[in-house]
Design a protein around this ligand. Structure first.
Ligand SMILES: [Zn+2]
Length: 555
């Protein structure tokens, strides 16, 4: 059991951190002995535990007590090295001199930013930053694009876990990995342009023609695409007048058939725009005209019907729901009306979002949001692949988005070729295998068609995800699985044992995979090993235990 001492102003952050690092913990009670005491503020009473971990980006009285010299390090983010990993710290950091067992070092100066020492039979670790300030920053402002590739929040969890286990303390955990798979993957599709014919001769069509005719030629010369792709794009551009005349097939129209064929029975989620010709609002007034879509969901009821009949989820691709809950309610209502689903999730068009958005979306009736990601790069805006509850909301969960096709391939964004994209995707898959969670991917509706033709990369990615044992879930299913995991409480049977109990038994119709209970054994002899000493066993958490708990408690 971990006892946590933190500023009460951080209680919500502490609770959310321990939903993501799902292990037995409680707020520290004086007089009780803990295996681990996690001090996130400067305490002046004696803390009794096998391992005392003191986090803090400023000098604390522990430092005076331990006689450690500490110096503040200005500038952020500061990169701390944890074995082979880099952890960026966005708030205050301090460094220590004269430490023997270094846990973290500063990347550029190699100073010690965290150390471990033994005091008789117990351990003392001093970590030179504020853990919960960092978690708050990640879950609100998020990381700048330069740090997008680092799953920082997942690394904070991994570091703390390894510190505990490395001190020989066994812990239990419900890892963010469903039973029977290695991680979760959500395939999602923002439906922005389900027909080129509907665009007449607007900026979208001129953009299409420019990229199909000239962009393709430039890419061929640079060796980024094949001759076959160039010719396919030129043929599509030449055929465009016939598409407008209704003689030739609208090549953006059959995205649903193409995705259903390519995904071949795998779950996926399509986010559709509720109303046409509405660019929506920004805080200062109207959004750019280009943001308006040339269709509304009501015009593609046939597509929505086909997708839902094939077991796909249809969610809201919101216009104003991020900033105006009254307008948002109308947007959700439109999707409920067309799909017949009461619980509707959302991703905002153009990823419009600010720090009030979680509360605004919850008030508008969103079941979950999947907007937190980047337009310009791929990676971890919130530093995690886990679904989390944004601060200040009651029930809404955020399923962060990690990969968007346009970020990978568009010039001015990452501008990668298919061959360059795969190693970047491979890095994200490796992180998913290592930390668990849900890798969320957004391939747009028209990305399989000319002039993008990004189908080959998508096909490679699907094959790789299948080979690696991912569970393909709709965004709604993934969020439900995380809710099920969040509903577990650890009940102390005695001072030594905590048994996980589910407060919410999942609906049999949800057909969700089970939860694992992971026992990390702890490695008493070697302290914090450089090699990584973690050994663990997993057992399935029996859902039947939920029957012993009163129904209707929590969601
Ligand atoms: Zn969009």
């Amino acid at each position: 059991m971990i006892g946590v001492i933190a500023d009460p102003a951080e209680n919500e952050v502490v609770r959310e951190f321990f939903e993501l690092f799902k292990t037995p913990w409680e707020f520290y009670r004086e007089g009780r002995r803990y295996e681990v005491a996690l001090c996130a503020e400067d305490v002046r009473f004696r803390v009794d535990a096998d391992l005392v971990v003191v986090y803090g980006g400023q000098q604390t009285h522990f430092d005076n007590e331990q006689n450690t010299l500490c110096c503040a390090k200005p500038g952020a983010p500061r990169i701390l090295l944890f074995q082979k990993d880099s952890i960026p710290i966005y708030g205050n950091t301090v460094c220590f001199s004269g430490c023997r067992t270094r846990l973290l070092t500063v990347e550029d100066s190699e100073e010690c930013a965290a150390y471990l020492k033994q005091n008789g039979a117990s351990w003392f670790a001093r970590i030179g930053y504020d853990l919960f300030t960092e978690v708050r920053t990640l879950l609100t402002a998020g990381q700048p694009p330069a740090q997008a590739h680092l799953p920082t929040l997942d690394l904070h969890i991994a570091f703390l876990r390894q510190l505990i286990v490395g001190c020989g303390i066994a812990i239990a955990e419900i890892p963010p990995v469903p039973e029977g798979c290695s991680f979760i993957v959500c395939l999602t599709h923002d439906v922005d342009h389900p027909s080129i014919r509907q665009h007449k001769w607007d900026h979208t069509v001129f953009g299409f023609l420019y990229r199909a005719l000239f962009g393709s030629l430039r890419n061929l010369v640079r060796g980024r695409i094949s001759l076959r792709i160039l010719l396919t794009n030129w043929a599509a551009a030449l055929k465009l007048p016939l598409v407008h005349l209704g003689v030739a097939k609208d090549f953006w129209r059959d995205f649903d058939e193409q995705y259903l064929a390519l995904e071949d029975g795998l779950a996926s989620t399509f986010f559709v725009i509720p109303f046409k010709n509405n660019s929506g609002l920004v805080i200062e007034g109207k959004a750019p005209r280009l943001r308006a879509a040339s269709y509304g969901a009501g015009e593609i009821v046939d597509v929505i019907g086909k997708l839902t009949a094939a077991g796909r989820e249809v969610g809201l691709h919101g216009i104003d729901a991020w900033c105006d809950s009254a307008k948002g309610r109308l947007e959700f209502e439109e999707i409920r009306r067309l799909t017949g689903n009461l619980e509707v999730g959302v991703r905002m068009h153009w990823l419009y979002y600010d720090q009030q958005s979680p509360a605004v979306l919850e008030k508008a009736g969103a079941d979950y949001d999947s907007t937190v990601g980047y337009n310009e790069v791929v990676g971890y805006r919130a530093g995690t692949a886990q679904a989390y509850r944004p601060l200040g909301v009651n029930c809404l969960l955020e399923l962060p988005m990690h990969v968007m096709d346009t970020a990978l391939f568009y010039g001015g964004r990452m501008g990668l070729s298919r061959e360059e994209a795969m190693p970047i995707l491979e890095h994200l898959i490796q992180n998913a295998e290592r930390f668990g969670g849900c890798l969320t991917i957004n391939w747009h509706d028209r990305s399989l068609a000319p002039e993008r033709l990004w189908d080959a990369c998508y096909r490679d990615l699907l094959q790789e995800l299948k080979n690696r044992g991912a569970w393909f879930a709709t965004a709604g299913q993934a969020v439900s699985w995380f809710r099920k995991r969040r509903s577990v409480v650890f009940e102390a049977d005695s001072m030594e044992r905590s048994t996980p109990r589910l407060r919410r038994k999942s609906d049999p119709q949800e057909n969700l995979p089970g939860l694992r209970l992971r026992h990390h054994r702890g490695s008493a002899s070697c302290g914090f090993s450089e090699q990584g000493v973690d050994g663990f066993v997993d057992i399935l958490v029996e859902e039947s235990v939920a029957a012993t708990v009163p129904a209707g408690v929590g969601k």
